[in-house]
Design a protein around this ligand. Structure first.
Ligand code: ZN
Ligand code: ZN
Length: 73
């Protein structure tokens, strides 16, 4: 997850249209390593969460939206 956080530059990586705070663009929220939330982009059977390419760095608000991803499809 440190790798994913370094990639994000401390900025939320969310591009969901469902977030009113950054409609049609990337979220501009920045946070420290300890405040960041990590979301597994693709659900896998046994945790791939440490794989940076499958890990998305999100702020608290976007993490709450990410929880609905499975219902939006
Ligand atoms: Zn965000
Ligand atoms: Zn978002």
């Amino acid at each position: 997850m440190d790798e994913a956080f370094a990639r994000s530059n401390g900025r939320c990586e969310c591009t969901r249209d469902s977030c009113a705070t950054h409609y049609l663009s990337r979220c501009s929220f920045t946070m420290s390593r300890s405040r960041a939330a990590f979301n597994q982009r693709k659900k896998t059977g046994l945790g791939d969460l440490d794989n940076a390419s499958n890990c998305e760095v999100l702020c608290d608000l976007c993490m709450s939206h990410a929880g609905y991803d499975d219902y939006m499809k």
